[in-house]
Every structure is written in structure tokens, then in C-alpha cells.
Write a protein that binds this ligand. Structure first.
Ligand code: HEC
Ligand code: HEC
Length: 333
């Protein structure tokens, strides 16, 4: 998007959305709906898999290691730590509300949660297993054999069943009922004057051009460094790595700002340690605007109202391994 079109989008935002008393339907952001669980047994199985480190070669790393549901579905590290303490190449995005994304990963290379879930298991930098080994492990565990059969109605566990169950669980990880959503639904006392002023700035200065919809982001790819270039040592190319088009260089999926107070540090390289820094960079590089410390603090106050009810997770008890279950190899040469 060019600077002109961003300003245009910001202008549209001003024109249509600056009346804070307007009905919620006029707002550029809509409330998160609670999850509707259609297949509870599949979700429960997916939860077990999400917490099961035996899907990794080391037997030590689960999805929850890098998408910790006690920490906003992220790891709060600049870049994740993977197999054999390897430093990951990019910041781990939250799994909360990830079902609302147009595609998965910073560059959108997986079209949905199912397609995404196969990746980390076999990624040598992350869980460093293979799909064959992960299936062999699960098939050797009687508790899993029985549970997969109950859910999928047949013998023999497949990787498609594993990714399908993981995706079904992830679809339940939505965070409704944030204070901002209460305000959107008509409770005008849910936000303070200062938080509302922050929301007004967020709209009027043009943040909503990219951060909008239910997830306050997640629904488009946009250039990082639209008005002025973003300096980073990180090698990620963004969307260009998927499309091969030079025009897509440094286009990243706009991250959701839901629960953003919990998912520090920020940006694909994790270089912004605080919300204050992230808002400052966004203002200058995406909008050509330097916020005063007070304006910045108002926007941060608004962003903190986007923390919703965190999924109530009852920690699962995993079925034990059997004598013939392949053993973990944490220090394999
Ligand atoms: C070693 C850390 C690590 C582990 C283990 C891990 N992930 Fe991730 N995950 C990441 C990182 C880093 C990314 C971003 C990668 C990218 O965009 O290139 C990511 C991206 C994702 C995304 C995309 C979110 C978005 O907004 O684009 C989802 C969903 C996800 N992981 C789910 C899972 C599941 C399910 C598992 C377990 C099977 C898992 N992850 C295991 C680090 C990890
Ligand atoms: C032109 C589109 C665009 C505009 C306008 C924009 N952003 Fe962003 N925003 C992005 C993109 C793309 C990223 C991810 C950049 C990256 O990681 O390299 C992002 C990242 C963020 C993050 C970090 C989230 C995370 O989890 O890492 C915050 C916070 C944020 N934006 C807030 C704002 C605020 C506040 C404004 C207005 C001052 C704003 N953005 C304006 C596109 C935009």
C-alpha cells in the first residue's frame, strides 16, 4: 500500500468512524464470539496432542512450549528455542484467535490451521521429529489408539487425524469478552476516558487501516516500513518468500492485536520489547507520525483493553508410553 492510499484509508476511517457514540456496527472492530464446540471429543484429543512433548524428537518440546497458554499463547521470547536449544529465526505468534487469520505464519505460507499443524512437528529447528516417527509413537500408545478410534471411527492413526484434532482444539482458543468488546456491545462504562481517547487516536491516525475486523489484524498482508524503511538483522523476507514477487518483499501478515498486552515482545523479529516501543515504531514507519509520549500512552491504554477471557484449560493427563514406544532422543548427535 502506498503512503497515499494509507492516508486515504486513514481519511476514510476519520469520516466514518470518529463518532464514538455510534452503534457498534459502525466500528471498524467487531467483538470476538465465544467458541462453538461441535466435536468435543476431537477438541479434547487435540488438547492432549497440543500438550504432548512426545510429538518432538527430544520428548521435551510440545506446541505449548512455544505457544504457552499460560502466557497468551506465545513464549514471550524474541525468537523461540527449538530442538537442542536452537535459536529460532522468527518470533512465535500467539495461537489465540489464530482461527481468525486469513492464513497462518508471518508470511501466510500455510492456508489454515490444519496445514500449519504438520509443520512444527517435522521442522528440524522446532520439534525435529518426522511425521512417520510421530505416528509410530502415537500408534504404540494404547490410550491414544483407543481415543483416535473413538474420534475418527477407524483403526490406525494418520497425520491428517493428528493435524485435524490439533486444529479443532486451536479453533476453541478464542478470547471473547475483553473490556473493549464489552464497550462495543454497548457498555459505555467498560472503558475509561483515557482508553477511549486511545481508541479514537488508533482510528483517526490510521492504525485501523491495517488493524481492523474481529481480530484487530490477521486479515491482510502489509508492508513493514511503509513510510520509512524498517531496519532489522532478521532475514525474513515476508510474503515474497511465498509468492516469489519482489513487490511482496517485507509484506507480513498484520498480527492480531487481541491480547497484545500478553504477547510481548513484538514484531516478526521480536525487537520491540514493549508496547510503547511498538506503537512508536508503527506511528513513525507506517503512518509517518511521531506520537507524543502522552498520545503513545493513550494508545497503549486502549491496546490493553483488548485482553479477553483466556481459554479455561484443564491440564490434560496424557496416556503413558508402552514398552515398544520409540524413546525420546534429546541429545541425539
Ligand atoms: C520451537 C517453537 C515452536 C513449537 C514447538 C511450535 N511452534 Fe508454532 N510457531 C512457532 C513460530 C516461531 C511460528 C512462526 C513461524 C513463521 O511464521 O515462520 C509459529 C507459528 C504457528 C502458528 C501460526 C500463527 C499465526 O498467527 O500465523 C500456529 C497456529 C502454530 N504455530 C501452532 C503450533 C502447533 C499446533 C504446534 C505443535 C504441533 C506448534 N505451533 C509448535 C514456534 C513454535
Ligand atoms: C500499513 C499497515 C499498518 C498500519 C497502518 C499499522 N500497522 Fe501495526 N502492524 C502492521 C504489520 C505488517 C505488523 C507486523 C510487522 C512486523 O512484525 O514486521 C504490525 C505490528 C503491530 C504491532 C505488534 C504486534 C505483534 O504481535 O508483534 C503492534 C502493537 C501494532 N502493529 C500496532 C499498531 C498501531 C498502534 C498502529 C497505529 C499507530 C499501527 N499498528 C498501524 C501493519 C500496520
Amino acid at each position: 500500500m502506498s503512503k497515499a492510499s494509507i492516508l486515504l484509508a486513514a481519511g476514510i476511517a476519520l469520516g466514518c468512524w470518529n463518532n464514538l457514540a455510534a452503534a457498534a456496527s459502525d466500528e471498524p472492530i467487531q467483538p470476538v464470539e465465544p467458541a462453538v464446540v461441535k466435536e468435543p471429543a476431537k477438541v479434547e484429543l487435540g488438547k492432549k496432542l497440543f500438550f504432548d512433548p512426545r510429538l518432538s524428537r527430544s520428548g521435551a518440546i510440545s506446541c505449548n512450549s512455544c505457544h504457552n497458554l499460560a502466557m497468551g499463547g506465545s513464549d514471550n521470547l524474541k525468537a523461540s528455542i527449538g530442538h537442542k536449544w536452537q535459536q529460532g529465526s522468527i518470533n512465535s505468534p500467539t495461537v489465540l484467535n489464530s482461527s481468525l487469520n486469513i492464513a497462518q505464519f508471518w508470511d501466510g505460507r500455510a492456508k489454515d490451521l490444519r496445514e500449519q499443524a504438520g509443520g512444527p512437528i517435522a521442522n528440524p529447528m522446532e520439534m525435529a521429529s518426522t511425521h512417520e516417527l510421530a505416528i509410530q509413537v502415537l500408534n504404540s500408545i494404547p490410550g491414544y489408539r483407543a481415543e483416535f478410534k473413538r474420534v475418527f471411527g477407524k483403526d490406525g492413526i494418520t497425520i491428517e487425524e493428528v493435524t485435524g484434532a490439533l486444529a479443532a482444539f486451536e479453533e476453541t482458543l478464542v478470547t471473547p469478552n475483553s473490556r473493549f468488546d464489552q464497550w462495543l456491545r454497548g457498555d459505555k462504562k467498560a472503558l475509561t476516558v483515557r482508553e477511549l481517547a486511545g481508541y479514537e487516536l488508533f482510528k483517526n491516525s490510521g492504525c485501523v487501516a491495517c488493524h481492523n475486523g474481529v481480530a484487530v489484524g490477521g486479515n491482510s498482508f502489509q508492508k513493514m516500513g511503509l513510510v520509512a524503511p524498517y531496519q532489522t538483522d532478521n532475514k525474513a523476507e515476508g510474503r515474497a518468500g511465498v509468492t516469489g514477487k519482489d513487490a511482496d518483499r517485507f509484506n507480513f501478515k498484520v498480527p492480531t492485536l487481541r491480547n497484545v498486552a500478553l504477547t510481548y515482545p513484538y514484531f516478526h523479529d521480536g525487537e520491540a520489547a514493549t508496547l510503547t516501543q511498538a506503537v512508536d515504531v508503527m506511528g513513525r514507519l507506517q503512518l509517518g507520525r511521531t506520537f507524543t509520549p502522552d498520545e503513545n500512552a493513550q494508545i497503549v491504554a486502549f491496546l490493553k483493553t483488548l485482553t479477553g477471557d483466556q481459554p479455561a484449560i484443564q491440564y490434560p493427563v496424557l496416556p503413558p508410553s508402552e514398552d515398544d514406544t520409540p524413546r525420546p532422543e534429546p541429545f541425539l548427535k
